[in-house]
Design a protein around this ligand. Sequence first.
Ligand SMILES: C[S@@+](CC[C@H](N)C(=O)[O-])C[C@H]1O[C@@H](n2cnc3c(N)ncnc32)[C@H](O)[C@@H]1O
Length: 337
Amino acid sequence: MHACRVLVERLKSLKFCQRLRSMRSIMSFTEVKRKRGKPITLIWLINNMIFLPVFMSLVGGNLSILHPGESLRESIKRHEHFLALQLGLKPGQKVLDVGCGIGGPLREISRFSSTSVIGLNNNEYQISRGKELNHITGVDKKCDFVKADFMKMPFPDNSFDAVYAIEATCHAPDAYGCYKEIFRVLKPGQHFAAYEWCMTDAFDPNNEEHQKIKAEIEIGDGLPDIRSTTKCLEALQQAGFEIIWEKDLAVGSPVPWYFPLDTSTVSLSSFRLTSVGRLFTRTLVKALEYVGLAPEGSLRVQMFLEKAADGLVDGGKKEIFTPMYFFLVRKPDSSSH
Ligand SMILES: C[S@@+](CC[C@H](N)C(=O)[O-])C[C@H]1O[C@@H](n2cnc3c(N)ncnc32)[C@H](O)[C@@H]1O
């Protein structure tokens, strides 16, 4: 277990891996390139035809509710718009995105709601990519990034009109500490909403198979102990929030959220994710790494993410894990910090 954690840390430190950690944002990056009409280079092809789809599918850029007939891009955007609508964002408001990656949701939500979004992230590389993308997409006048730890934010009390977090606060070593910081920087009477990665009530800590699946997700995605939905709620209340509503959105999802990651499904459109497709991709990545077109460590990252993806699928199938425990909470009017 320790060896795996060391490997996770090493992978996290790879620039290449860092770049892959926000898959939605990478998707925006490729959209931008096409829109600007740049020539299609070999690197562009490798990024778009191999790494982007595989990694996007493997590490969670697609962990949104899926509807039949809807593309992955559409579903991710809908997931982000849903959050903005739940927060009741209004033009001109100042919003905080906690653990923003390279800002895919930040740009989408800012454009959707005409708000100014500040992205908080502790990763220098992601912030520099995010700034470039904000500039290219023209949202840099309204949005910016701040490099900091979400356990200790460099903002005064009562600074933001709304706060959201997408698949990020699960990285907090202590949920209460993180939510308390969010509570502090949020203005009284305003809302915080998030999609959390959680273990559900069906998770049995005494069941070895459940434990194995949980460990695969934690190791593969570099997470601390994944909290239960109940623990998240308790931490929110303890931090001072009123719960407006909460739900595991995976329950009753028209198409299971893990469907695109599931190697047992046969789909021409997601051939790369089938067992044969993965083998094909692995061989290709290995060859590209060998000739120096892909950065060193690419194959290792690929294998690692495949394992994480398997954990996610198993967790989803057994309904012991959800990547979309949604909650909308409010800081009471009377509270100040
Ligand atoms: C899975 S990514 C999600 C990114 C983004 N929210 C999205 O949906 O595209 C998790 C993000 O949380 C950031 N993160 C993890 N721990 C953090 C911390 N202690 N302080 C600030 N950001 C953190 C990581 O750098 C990463 O960008």
